[in-house]
Design a binder for this molecule. Structure first.
Ligand code: NAD
Length: 257
């Protein structure tokens, strides 16, 4: 049995992943605002500090895997909460857990990004400099000042930067012997997606976002790929972003990959 730290495991993709990893015999130490071993709010610097300290204490210096699922959707206001949870709530945890993780058994980590990470090029991401500088207040001020576009910018901008942050860590993590990958889900039936469908600004675009497979994904269809990436069967997969979207990225951008 190995110990896997997970964020965002109370509902949706995280809950489905927790179920599959537990069924495979792993012990999960979950971090969430509710229904988890460690209760913490990843939208604030203090909450993230508490999440890290309480998790390290609960794991008693032994972590074999990290799966970061916590995230907020486009409709959440203020948009600065989205940039805080989606980017800082993942990157700060990754960096804090690496020194323990590298001593683990066949260690690996998976971070949940999104197909939206490719909706914005890094070179044109207005949040890139603030994220790279670790300037949470600046990233928040940009999206909160972006009016109607704030939600899309916060979501796509934070997921784009999150995938970049993972890719930029590939050498350090590889040398530490820890595999690190992202998944990029398309529309998946979870509370996050349902909240977006109920929002007057985003309902139409989310409802139209149907992929070639003709349906949205079930959370378990994300969990099975995460479980594979966390397993020794994926022993040479490192620095990859696995797109799990029923074909929508290939449909929209057939020549970009
Ligand atoms: N559902 C989709 O269509 C979709 C598509 C692409 C990417 N994603 C990503 O998948 C991940 C999981 O989302 P989901 O769809 O399962 O949604 P969800 O709302 O069911 O799950 C999000 C989880 O994060 C937790 N969380 C939210 N804010 C938090 C905070 N401040 N502190 C601690 N925990 C917090 C929630 O309690 C919940 O357990 C997210 O990162 C999301 O961006 C989802």
């Amino acid at each position: 049995m190995s110990t896997i730290v997970m964020s965002g495991c109370a509902t949706g993709i995280g809950a489905a992943t927790r179920k599959q990893l537990e069924a495979a015999g792993h012990k999960i130490v979950g971090i969430d605002i509710r229904d988890a071993e460690v209760i913490a709010d990843l939208s604030t610097a203090d909450g993230r500090k508490k999440a890290i300290a309480d998790t390290l204490e609960k794991c008693a210096g032994s972590i074999d895997g990290v799966v970061l699922c916590a995230g907020l959707g486009v409709q959440v206001k203020p948009s600065s909460k989205v940039t805080s949870v989606n980017y800082f709530g993942a990157v700060e945890l990754l960096d804090a857990f690496l020194p323990v993780l590298e001593k683990g058994h066949q260690p690996a980590a998976v971070v949940i990004s999104s197909v939206a990470s490719a909706h914005l090029a890094w070179e044109k991401n207005p949040l890139a400099a603030a994220f790279e500088a670790g300037d949470e207040a600046k990233a928040g001020a940009i999206v909160d000042g972006a009016g109607e576009q704030g939600g899309n910018l916060a979501y796509a901008g934070s997921k784009n930067a999150l995938t970049v942050a993972v890719r930029k860590r590939v050498n350090a993590w590889g040398k530490a012997g820890v595999r690190l990958n992202t998944i990029a889900p398309g529309a998946t039936d979870t509370p996050l997606l349902q909240a977006g469908l109920k929002d007057p600004q985003y309902s139409e675009s989310i409802a139209k976002f149907l992929p070639p497979l003709g349906r949205r994904a079930e959370p378990s269809e994300m969990a099975s790929v995460i479980a594979f990436l966390m397993s020794p069967a994926a022993s040479y997969v490192h620095g990859a972003q696995i797109v799990i979207d029923g074909g929508i990225d290939a449909l929209m951008r057939p020549t970009s990959f």
